[in-house]
Structures are given as structure tokens and as C-alpha cells.
Design a protein around this ligand. Structure first.
Ligand code: NAD
Ligand code: TYD
Length: 348
């Protein structure tokens, strides 16, 4: 039986990846390592917590001795590394937290894998999950490809870029078998309501202002999270060692257009007259160093591994909004922080 370590599996994307792997691969023993920060919530994976091929481990990837001990207990065949500090606005407030988790934490995992596998890399794989934000900002034209130079602008993207470089360096220097993906903005269920789409859904439900940064003319390329999990599964199993793949939704939206669409759908769903939610839009001070545009050329993963998004944006957004409306308790627990007290006590 293969032992697979997934880090950050109580977070947004990680929970979708853990669910997919636990359900799809009963022959794997899946270990979900997560520190349960504000963004980690075991409610996100409650449906699989009792499956026999699943084990949750609470721990911090920044803690080198803890990581070494974990690797002394288990010989992992594969590592899917998603644990990270992930929010740009928080990185502007506290950059060091991002260096600790995203850079030092990744280093601890790389060292533990290298020491465990020594030079016997047969059927081993370190998969580092990263972001398109490492490439910096696009102007009005063009797309990020796998050969676009790194040019990160926020402390978040700088920390992810740094970790990407270390992963590559461990591949070149020590022969560590790695794969790396850089993905565009995700949306979907279990997304913490600090990021644009879940924050605005929550605010619309609660009739709170919708804070649009600057003039709202910033562009993001949105991908449904379950399609990201499918891509991660594919790259983990079929990607080539020492390769990078870009993953994106072929789906660019200016923030303000996306927010107006959200308002329109939410008015329909909530039985409010059209235009009600748009009145909540409030233009606020811009984010410092705000990247103008991200957009991914995902043709490599499409051509080499046959991946493309399985749902349209309309379908994905509909599923996402329905999920939030049907899971208001989750939203309330997350926004009140009550989930945290519960799980922190259970696992302290
Ligand atoms: P998230 O913030 O929702 O979840 C992060 C998870 O990591 C949480 O469960 C948290 O508890 C855990 N974690 C944080 N610090 C930790 C530590 N020191 N030790 C152990 N666990 C820790 O993040 P997400 O949006 O699911 O992103 C997952 C990964 O995907 C990240 O590496 C992120 O950079 C990358 N990514 C995210 C997006 C996106 O749109 N959200 C897009 C591309 C890439
Ligand atoms: P976000 O969801 O934080 O993702 P990222 O910064 O990683 O792209 O933000 C998406 C876009 O929405 C980005 O251009 C910033 C903007 N934004 C707002 O205008 N208001 C908000 O309250 C938030 C959270 C984001």
C-alpha cells in the first residue's frame, strides 16, 4: 500500500484533493497534515474522516523536529504539498508568517523527503502546488506560460516563488523527483470568506458592503476548485518529473464584472429585486502593489496530459453559490470562528 502525505488538506483546495484521493484510491493510505490555522477546518472533510485509508495529523510544517519525527514514523511514497499561507492581503500585514510557512515549511518537507528517500527515488514524487502569482502581473495582452520569468510583487507571491525555486533546486542539485504546478484563482465550496468570491457571497447574504479595491478593473482567471483537484490528480500520477505545468480556467473576468454577475445571480436566488445587491458595491482604497491581470496559458497540460476544465464558469458559479446558500451554518461557523475552538480543543 502506498503512503501519501497531503499537506494543507483541511484548507480550501487541499480538502478537495484529500476527498478525491481518499475516495478514488482505496489502495493508498492518505495522511492529511495540517496545522489547523484560521484557514484549516476539519468540517471541510467531515464526510471522509472515518474512511479506513485516511489519517489526520495535526502539526506545523515550520516545526522541523516534528516533520522529521513524522517522516521517521512513515515512509512516504508521495507528497502533495498544499499547506500555505494563501491570502495576499494578510501577506501585506504580516510577511514573515508567509516566509515561515511557505518557505521554511517547504524546506523542511524537502529536506525530510530527501533524507528519507536518500538516492532511491524509484516511484517517489514530491508535488509542489503553487500559484500563477509568481509570474507577477500581465498588461492588457498575453498569457503566462511555463517559461514566463518569475516576477512576484506581493509578499505572498514572493514567498511562493521562493518555495518554487527551492523545489526546482532540490531537483537539479539532489535529483529529487518533483513536479510543480502554477494555478490561477480557484473558486468553489469550502473557500474561506476572505477571498473575493466567498467574501462577496457572504456579504450579499448578510446585506453588507462589497469592498471593491481601486476601480475594480483588475482581471483574474477563475478555475472551479474541483477541476483543479482533477488536474492535481493527473499531474501527480502522469506528470513528468522535473516539469512545471500551468493550470488555468481559460476564464478571465474583470473584478467589477464578476461582482456584478454575482449580485445578479444572488438577487435571483434570494428573491430580491434585480439591482438590490449591486447597491452594496463600495469602491475602497486599492490594495498596495495590486497586480493588474493574471491569465494562464494551460495548453501544455492540455496537450501533454489531456486536461481541460470540466465545467463552464456559469456552471461552476451556480454550484458554488448553491453550496453557500445550502451551507449557511458552515459560513456562520467560519465567520464566527467557532469551528476553530472546537477543533483546536479536540486536537490540542
Ligand atoms: P487555504 O489558506 O485555504 O488552506 C491552507 C491550509 O494550509 C489550511 O488548512 C491551513 O491550516 C494549512 N496550513 C497553513 N499553514 C500551515 C503550517 N505552517 N503547517 C501546516 N499546515 C498549515 O489555501 P488554499 O487556497 O487551499 O491553497 C492551497 C495551496 O494552493 C497553497 O499552496 C496556495 O498557494 C495554492 N494555490 C491557491 C490558489 C487559490 O486560488 N486559492 C491558486 C493557486 C495556488
Ligand atoms: P483574492 O480573492 O484575494 O485573490 P488574489 O489576490 O490572490 O487574486 O482577490 C481577487 C481579486 O479581487 C483581486 O484583484 C483583489 C480583489 N478584491 C477586491 O476587490 N475586494 C476584496 O475584498 C478582495 C478580498 C479582493
Amino acid at each position: 500500500m502506498k503512503k501519501i502525505l497531503i499537506t494543507g488538506g483541511a484548507g480550501f483546495i487541499g480538502s478537495h484533493v484529500v476527498r478525491r484521493f481518499v475516495n478514488k484510491y482505496p489502495e493508498y493510505q492518505i495522511f492529511n497534515l495540517d496545522a489547523l490555522t484560521y484557514a484549516g477546518n476539519l468540517e471541510n472533510i467531515k464526510d471522509i474522516e472515518n474512511q479506513s485509508n485516511y489519517t489526520f495529523v495535526k502539526g506545523n510544517i515550520v516545526d522541523e523536529s516534528f516533520i522529521n519525527e513524522l517522516f521517521s514514523l512513515h515512509n512516504f511514497d508521495g507528497i502533495l504539498h498544499l499547506a500555505a499561507e494563501s491570502h495576499v492581503d494578510r501577506s501585506i500585514e504580516d510577511p514573515l508568517a508567509f516566509v515561515k510557512t511557505n518557505v521554511i515549511g517547504t524546506m523542511n518537507l524537502l529536506n525530510a523527503a530527501k533524507n528519507q528517500w536518500k538516492n532511491n527515488f524509484e516511484a517517489k514524487r514530491f508535488y509542489h502546488i503553487s500559484t500563477d502569482e509568481v509570474y507577477g502581473s500581465l498588461g492588457a495582452e498575453g498569457l503566462f506560460t511555463e517559461t514566463t520569468s518569475y516576477d512576484p510583487n506581493s509578499p505572498y507571491s514572493a514567498s511562493k516563488a521562493s518555495s518554487d525555486h527551492f523545489v526546482r533546486a532540490y531537483g537539479e542539485t539532489y535529483g529529487l523527483p518533483y513536479v510543480l504546478t502554477n494555478c490561477s484563482n480557484n473558486y468553489g465550496s469550502y473557500h474561506f470568506p476572505e477571498k473575493l468570491i466567498p467574501l462577496f457571497i457572504n456579504n450579499i447574504i448578510n446585506n453588507k458592503p462589497l469592498p471593491v479595491y481601486g476601480d475594480g478593473n483588475y482581471t483574474r482567471d477563475w478555475l472551479f476548485v474541483e477541476d483543479h483537484a482533477i488536474a492535481i490528480d493527473l499531474v501527480f500520477h502522469e506528470g513528468k518529473n522535473h516539469e512545471t505545468y500551468n493550470i488555468g480556467g481559460f476564464n478571465e473576468w474583470k473584478n467589477i464584472d464578476l461582482v456584478k454577475l454575482l449580485c445578479q445571480i444572488m438577487d435571483e436566488k434570494l428573491g430580491r429585486s434585480q439591482g438590490t445587491s449591486q447597491e452594496l458595491i463600495t469602491y475602497v482604497k486599492d490594495r498596495p502593489g495590486h497586480d493588474l491581470r493574471y491569465a494562464i496559458d494551460a495548453s501544455k497540460i492540455n496537450k501533454e496530459l489531456g486536461w481541460k476544465p470540466s465545467v463552464t464558469f456559469e456552471e461552476g458559479l451556480e454550484k458554488t453559490i448553491n453550496w453557500y446558500l445550502n451551507n449557511e451554518e458552515w459560513l456562520q461557523n467560519v465567520t464566527s470562528g467557532s469551528y476553530k475552538d472546537y477543533y483546536q480543543k479536540q486536537y490540542s
